[in-house]
Write a protein that binds this ligand. Structure first.
Ligand code: TXA
Ligand code: MG
Length: 350
């Protein structure tokens, strides 16, 4: 039995959160909105509670969880030390869409870290997430609130579809602002390293830190390396349909997609086209969904997962997706798209 609560993030009724906070304290599971994506939370200090998260999602046990906190005092006993670089990042980006990897303390249960000697911590800025964590009074472990392998949920309905009947409570609180997961950055070595691109861009991190590395394993053409963030090795974000990304000069990309669409349609396939506001007029007679405007990468980040889920509802067999320019939020967008496509990218032109 899953209790479902509708809560307006602009006008939070605290009584609505009392049940959820009690549930968390008592070892239950609660899905709730954050500014990135919805999370599925449990008391991070309670191993049995955390186990329920893995079961509900069907998540592999070698994939560690992010611990969410609402106040800095909670950081101190979860980590071994707080490096200077972490302090700079926290001052600038917390609360917000940044997860920081620290050396763990022994207070953190092994199930959270999946056996690593580090722990991932994030302080979310979403008013519902903040209030709920505060009211629960304990740090909250929370992966994205989707079934493992599916696109992350950015709206209450996505969570209800994936997890109703599998968790104790779902707080439906509107659509997530950022729409992509947090950036994961490791500060345990001298030069910080991005392990997962996300809501905070590399450019923003460089402003604060100077030099920032990116885990080579998550860069294009290095799929054979083992990522430092265990979750990055899984194919992810996959809709039912096959996804193919077409990359290159945008005019050529449009022409190529039109050609591929004809070919597939002639074979009886139902085709989806994932495009942008600037290009959507070029297509017709298919399930055509725009991710947003190329001039506003935040709009594309915001819509991406919802659009992938909509293609499933439309029952398409194959999705042709335009690539997005890899700068600023475009890195995180393309990272998720390439995984949704299972690395199936057609490059055209030079
Ligand atoms: O925006 C987000 O980060 C959302 C919201 C709910 O906060 N959460 C989220 O959690 O995306 P999840 O579990 O779907 O992704 C967590 C990622 C995984 O790739 C995992 O492997 C990585 O963080 N991670 C967790 N702990 C780690 C650690 N100690 N070292 C390296 N990577 C870690
Ligand atoms: Mg996830």
């Amino acid at each position: 039995q899953t209790k479902i609560f509708e809560i307006d993030p602009e006008n939070i009724q605290k009584d609505g959160l009392v049940f959820a906070a009690e549930t968390l304290k008592n070892g239950g599971t609660v899905a709730f909105p954050t500014e990135t994506v919805y999370g599925l939370g449990a008391n991070a200090l309670d191993q049995e509670a955390v186990k329920k998260i893995f079961e509900a999602k069907g998540r592999p046990s070698d994939n560690p969880l992010i611990v969410h906190i609402a106040k800095l005092e909670d950081l101190k006993y979860l980590v071994k030390e707080i490096p200077q670089n972490a302090k700079k990042l926290m001052a600038r980006f917390w609360p917000g869409p940044l997860t920081i990897i620290f050396k763990r303390s022994l207070k953190v249960p092994d199930i959270i870290t999946a056996g690593l000697d580090t722990v991932a911590i994030r302080m979310p800025s979403h008013p519902i997430a903040k209030t709920l964590i505060q009211m629960a009074g304990v740090p909250i472990a929370a992966p994205s609130a989707n079934l493992s392998g599916k696109p992350s949920p950015t709206q209450g309905e996505h969570v209800i579809k994936d997890l109703k009947g599998k968790v104790d409570a779902i707080i439906s609180g509107g659509s997530c602002n950022v729409g992509l997961e947090s950036t994961v950055v490791d500060v345990t070595e001298d030069v910080p390293m991005i392990l997962r691109p996300g809501g905070v861009t590399k450019e923003q991190l460089e402003e604060v830190l100077g030099q920032v590395k990116v885990d080579k394993a998550i860069e294009e053409g290095h799929e054979h390396l083992i990522p430092k963030s265990p979750g990055m090795k899984y194919t992810h974000y996959s809709p039912q349909a096959d996804v193919v990304i077409i990359s290159g000069n945008i005019d050529e990309v449009v022409e190529h997609i039109k050609k591929l669409k004809e070919e597939k349609e002639n074979k009886g396939f139902r085709v989806g086209i994932m495009c942008t506001d600037e290009t959507k007029e070029n297509y017709k007679d298919a399930v055509i969904l725009s991710m947003g405007s190329r001039k506003n990468l935040a709009s594309i980040a915001n819509n991406l997962f919802a659009v992938l889920r909509r293609f499933d509802e439309e029952g398409v067999d194959i999705i042709f997706a335009e690539s997005i320019e890899q700068k600023f939020l475009g890195h995180a967008v393309m990272n998720r798209m390439v995984k949704a496509a299972g690395y199936n990218v057609i490059k055209i032109g030079g």
